[in-house]
Design a protein around this ligand. Structure first.
Ligand code: ZN
Length: 114
């Protein structure tokens, strides 16, 4: 049984998903981490949307309502074409996350220095 690293929620088959590598690397501590979609969003600091998922079959399988909401009209055949078309959105979103993580890190360092 897989459990969410952050909230310890027991994740069933329909709770599993795969995000873009470029996004996952930013929010996980270890690439093998398991996070429920809500905790992944908390770490992102924004909502996960259809462009954040990898073009993999796992994202096209029947999913929980929480996941289905974010997946929207996801299609596992989303290939390099549509992915390229939304590249600017991704870059924009990932920049926001990097900025937010940098602010969080600075705040944490500020606390430890006190
Ligand atoms: Zn969680």
């Amino acid at each position: 049984m897989a459990t969410c690293k952050d909230c310890k929620y027991e994740m069933f088959r329909e709770d599993h998903y795969s995000l873009r590598d470029s996004l996952w690397i930013l929010i996980c501590d270890n690439v093998r981490d398991i996070l429920c979609i809500e905790c992944a969003e908390r770490r992102c600091g924004r909502e996960i949307d259809v462009y954040d998922f990898q073009a993999l079959m796992i994202n096209a399988l029947p999913s929980s309502s929480a996941l289905a909401k974010r997946l929207g009209d996801f299609n596992e055949r989303f290939g390099p074409g549509p992915q390229r078309a939304v590249h600017e959105i991704m870059v924009h979103n990932d920049k926001r996350i990097r900025t937010q993580l940098a602010i969080q890190q600075n705040n944490e360092q500020g606390i430890t220095e006190l």
